[in-house]
Ligand binder design. Structure first.
Ligand SMILES: [Zn+2]
Ligand SMILES: [Zn+2]
Length: 316
């Protein structure tokens, strides 16, 4: 972190990528998959989306270009080789790339160990560090390889029998309000608990852009879990993000359709508000007490997104 601030002064002297023959990302989503797994394109100026469209989770990671250092926002599911994908654009090394984790859930930390092995700093909120340092063993990780979750073939060369999410040590704990400086581009860290205790979002005020992590996306929003979701905190976080909407043009979520407009932030915050105050009867469609391998939840459907909370939350 400290290095980032110092580097401001030499921002234009020695771009770290100069002299390297790097790929450039297409400006629109390409029809060809990279590695037979990723769809990779420049979704906003200087921001490369790395999407995993062959898995039902529809995870999106983002690579941000900076004059002094690049930044990777999440490392995907660990099925495609995220390190190789990033290396198309920037050398993966301590002085060229920092990896920032939105949170510790398995669909975002899959490739993190490969970046730690390369010497990259791994940033995350302290509340997520233990899970990232624990990894996920093969017997649990294979859950995500079930046929019902896949919409296409696994990438060539991928070995399902060896699939595990390898642990990585977090080298820096993110705090609310901290600024991550890439040289010519800055991102403010916003602590947004609720989906998980140490979930963060990143705000680039100059480019009117927000990376919302798993707090807001167009799809089922998980404000419930066995151990780490907190719907009250989630409600407060969505309101805080909605308050930013007037300052944003581009919303880059970590799942599903991307980019989104900032109006999604307001819609999600309003939905949580309505559910929390027992004014969401129209959206309440199911209380699923036989939710397969999950556990009971209340489901509220708002069309573009759904909200899952623990049974009875807001209706008491
Ligand atoms: Zn998550
Ligand atoms: Zn996720």
């Amino acid at each position: 972190m400290i290095g980032f601030v110092n580097m401001l002064h030499s921002a234009h002297d020695s771009p770290t990528t100069k002299g390297h023959a790097m790929d450039t990302a297409p400006m629109q989503p390409p029809t060809e998959l990279s590695q037979g797994w990723f769809t990779t394109w420049e979704i906003a100026p200087g921001v490369i989306c790395i999407a995993e469209g062959r898995h039902m989770e529809q995870v999106r990671s983002y690579l941000m270009r900076g004059s002094e250092r690049w930044m990777l926002w999440d490392t995907g599911q660990g099925i495609g080789d995220m390190r190789a994908e990033v290396a198309r654009f920037v050398p993966v090394a301590a002085d060229t790339l920092v990896v920032v984790m939105s949170h510790s859930h398995t669909d975002h930390v899959g490739g993190v160990a490969a970046f730690a092995d390369a010497g990259c700093d791994i940033y995350a909120h302290a509340a997520e560090a233990d899970a990232i340092a624990a990894g996920v063993p093969h017997e649990d990780a294979v859950y995500w390889l079930q046929e019902r979750f896949l919409t296409g073939a696994l990438p060539p060369g991928f070995d399902p029998d060896a699939f595990a999410l390898h642990p990585a040590a977090v080298t820096h704990f993110l705090t609310h309000g901290e600024v991550l400086d890439l040289g010519d581009r800055q991102f403010a860290v916003l602590h947004m608990p609720g989906h998980s205790p140490g979930g963060v979002a990143l705000w680039d005020a100059a480019h009117r852009l927000l990376l919302s992590g798993d707090t807001v996306y167009a799809g089922p929003l998980y404000a419930y879990s066995r151990d780490d979701a907190d719907p009250d905190a989630y409600r407060a976080s969505t309101r805080a993000l909605a308050d930013l909407a007037p300052h944003l043009d581009t919303l880059l979520p970590s799942h599903n359709a991307t980019p989104q407009g900032p109006e999604l932030l307001v819609a999600v915050a309003d939905a949580f508000e309505a559910i929390a105050t027992n004014r969401a009867q129209d959206a309440y469609i199911a209380r699923d007490d036989e939710a397969g391998e999950d556990f009971p939840y209340d489901l509220y459907d708002y069309g573009a997104f759904q909200v899952r909370v623990r049974p009875g939350w807001g209706r008491g």
